[in-house]
Design a protein around this ligand. Structure first.
Ligand code: HGY
Ligand code: MN
Ligand code: MN
Length: 430
């Protein structure tokens, strides 16, 4: 794959594009359910507001825009009859989020359109053998309903009607939230795209890890996206008086669940490319003078390969049986999310590597290649089209946190590399 630059754009134009991305990340960060932090969840008023903003920015670029049946905001430019190369990322966030996770990828995709569009007979177009679509996915995180990738699963045609009964912390079902947002659950199938409508999905995203920062590298090619399984676990003991109950009579659910959380760290940290995290942990009844009779906690388990991830889950389940048996407790689990590992398509890996080579100073070795421990919408889209990802350096790897950051300089590199990758993809047979 050539490393010659195909993009005709002056450095100051790219720098201006990066500044626009950074400014818009700040603007979108202010669209939050909480004035003191960034919080934007699926089918919320904040989701509707950022979709309107994204649609406005898409229309400014001459794109045709629509909100699809799952609440994803879409813009399209180019030959209406041609298949599309889909760019984008997500605009929803975790709680107390950073400014760039997902957001930067959507905005960088818009800047690529700005760089590639040209005046056509009936408006703006792109001189490529495919159209370009930019998708702002609506629920990559799964913050509100626990199941991640809802927006991109609808686009991939893998929506599961069992999800309609998922409820948020207030007991609102996904079905009711759809209706209140103005969407029709019966039409969810209309969001699905066919393989022949797409030539691929290409996403730029901050790394959400420290590898590029430690290596002093601004950009990387993503090899694969970690497979994930998420569980809700319950440990049951017996609520008793904190003062009057002697230790030999206690069945303390919190101590059993705490041993379980430590076992997650011990077992996963001994594995290669497996990570397990207990992110939510709640004791009931939650009174200071009552021995916890029940604990509910989450488990987010990820691995480079599905089989390894599943083997570790079996080992964890065996360990929990031992812990709870020893403590005369009971435990159960409910799986709330599962997504297989997705391996990025060789052609898209090549064009991303070519885009990086065309952007950065000449180098003798190949651009860095990284396995993504973070999940992305590409995990859902992998069933319907080729997936490729470009990673940007994420200082100190801080993400899912207000201190999440990315430099304007690296965003400029990322915009150029993404545009070069799109142009390289355009030189290939469809
Ligand atoms: O959880 C993740 O890995 C992604 O940021 N949703
Ligand atoms: Mn995230
Ligand atoms: Mn993300």
């Amino acid at each position: 794959m050539s490393s010659a630059s195909l993009l005709r754009a002056a450095p100051d134009v790219i720098a201006a594009a990066a500044r626009r991305v950074m400014a818009r990340c700040e603007e979108l960060a202010r669209v939050s359910a909480d004035a003191a932090s960034i919080e934007r969840v699926y089918l919320s008023p904040e989701h509707a507001r950022v979709n309107r903003l994204a649609a406005e920015w898409m229309r400014e670029l001459g794109m045709r825009t629509w909100q699809d049946a799952a609440g994803n905001q879409v813009g399209r430019i180019g030959d209406p009859a041609a298949p599309a190369l889909m760019l984008g990322s997500h605009l929803d966030t975790v709680l107390d989020a950073g400014r760039y996770d997902g957001i930067a990828g959507v905005l960088m995709a818009l800047e690529v359109v700005r760089l590639l569009r040209e005046p056509g007979v009936d408006g703006w177009t792109v001189r490529l053998p495919f159209a370009i679509e930019v998708v702002a996915f609506s629920d990559e995180e799964g913050t509100r309903f626990g199941k991640a990738l809802l927006g991109s699963s609808a686009v991939a045609g893998t929506w599961n009607d069992a999800w309609w009964d998922l409820t948020d912390a207030d007991g609102v079902s996904l079905r009711r939230a759809f209706l209140e947002f103005g969407l029709d659950p019966a039409r969810i199938g209309e969001a699905a795209r066919r393989p022949d409508e797409l030539v691929g999905y290409l996403e730029a995203h901050i790394e959400q890890g420290p590898e590029l920062d430690r290596a002093g590298e601004p950009l990387a090619v993503v090899s694969s996206i970690a497979s994930a399984r998420r569980f809700q676990l319950v440990v049951e003991g017996e609520a008793r008086h904190a003062g009057g109950t002697p230790y030999d009579m206690r069945r303390d659910a919190l101590l059993g669940a705490s041993e379980a959380a430590l076992a997650v760290e011990r077992i996963c940290s001994a594995e290669h490319h497996i990570v397990g995290t207990v992110g939510r942990f709640e004791a009931f009844p939650g009174a200071v003078n009552v021995i916890p009779g029940e604990v509910q906690f989450s488990l987010d388990l990820r691995g480079e390969f599905d089989g390894e991830r599943d083997r570790v889950w079996d080992a964890l389940a065996h360990e929990l049986d031992e812990i709870m048996g020893r403590r005369a407790l009971r435990w159960r689990s409910r799986e709330v999310h599962s997504a297989p590992a997705v391996f990025c398509a060789p052609l898209l890996r090549e064009v991303v590597a070519g885009g990086i080579r065309a952007t950065l100073p000449p180098r003798s070795d190949a651009p860095p290649v990284i396995f993504s421990r973070a999940g992305h919408d590409g995990m859902a889209l992998g069933v319907v089209t080729d997936v490729g990802m470009l990673f940007l350096r994420n200082p100190d790897g801080v993400s899912h946190h207000p201190d999440e950051s990315v430099s304007a300089g690296d965003v400029a590199h990322g915009i150029r590399a993404l545009a070069e990758a799109v142009l390289l993809r355009g030189t290939e047979r469809i």
